[in-house]
Design a protein around this ligand. Sequence first.
Ligand SMILES: *Cc1c(COP(=O)(O)O)cnc(C)c1O
Length: 447
Amino acid sequence: MEPGMEPYRVKSVEEIPFLTAKERKDAILKADFNPYRMLASNITIDLITDSGFSAMSTKQWSAMMLGDESYAGSASFERYQSAVQDITGYKYVLPAHQGRACEKVLFNALVTEGSVIVNNNHYDSTKTNISLNKGIALDIAMVTDDTADFPGNMDIDKLKKVLEEKGEEIPLVMITVTNNKMRGQPVSMANIKAASYVCKAHGIPFILDGCRFAENSWFIKEREDGYGDMTPREIAKEMFSYADGCMISAKKDANSTMGGVLAMNSEDLYDQCVPYVIATEGHTTYGGLSGRDLEAVAVGLYEVLDESYLRYRRANLKFFEEELISQGVPGVFPAGGHAIYLNANKLCPKIPADEFPGLTFAGLLYIESGVRCLDIGSFSPNASDLIRLAVPRRVYTTEHLKYVARMIARVAEKNKDRETGLTMTRSRTKSAQYKHVTGSFKMKEDM
Ligand SMILES: *Cc1c(COP(=O)(O)O)cnc(C)c1O
């Protein structure tokens, strides 16, 4: 099979909107240049996220018809639980409505004032849920660049040092695969294993944030010695085996529109989590999900580890990356598993750093093409201004991605001498992390 060829055919289609340039300009002005505030009905190609936006399969849709909506002990939960146990190897399973709900439950159970949680890199909601419990999130990713085989790795020497110095204050250690904040770059099996041994030696629970566990498994298969002949499912199982439990956003690598998974080996930890699931998600056999959602996750967890799917997923992203490179678009290459990141300050080098070059470029790209993407970084200290093009699973074809790459190259060429960007007129939060989600912006000069 050609690696880039879609291992499925189209059975149902969804029209995408095409607006005129004038309509697009009006739309972005109305949204105050905030991509989150745009109407989806005005977007031609939507690359704002890979979360909850996967195309579901006929098997998932038909399983959803079997959704058992019983309040407790539904057959759908049985199927969800057995899929999670089978794929992760963990005995105790709790559903939650999405990844951050799993975080909330886990941290309510384990984090107290002054607790330090260590991770290669905490995702935004993970960090926030730790601080809402008055804990401290400590990132100890390895400092490498994206040309390494596993740029998402944790710095194991730092882990040893932190556990020796602060062991008492650390209720759990996490590792995030793939490493979202490190641009979706993978973590090696050797790194997961080493972190696991260090945690075991200190008797500290080690939890995998496995939002993109399948994509990480594929990178291990491609890049790490000894894994080339193993199936993604075997690799995933080995990965989970080094941790004491996991949380997974089913909106990512479970190809579902909603759902979360919290699973663990320890009955004691399960008992600690149960009251929080009941208090904020619902009874332990639905956890904020309908029976049909549980069914979609149960099927999706297997589909996402299918070898022909993962080979295609990788090839689809690689194709997009190569299109951009061949048109001379500056980005962070090689890219990770779910998104491509472009350097806004190289795309529009003359826009001052405090005028949001990333958001400006995202706005210009939308006006030109109807493509929605996201700027990240304008608000993070020390972060160079990056634009993220996330690729949802099974949604866009190579023709769509070719169009996006061509439009990006065109907008870059037209705006290489642009000297002004955007100013922020207001934001609904002081939190640097969420400023971009709630901000309003206006052009300094007409675009
Ligand atoms: C998306 C994500 C989460 C949170 O999951 P949601 O389903 O969006 O709440 C947590 N950790 C990582 C690494 C993620 O990418």
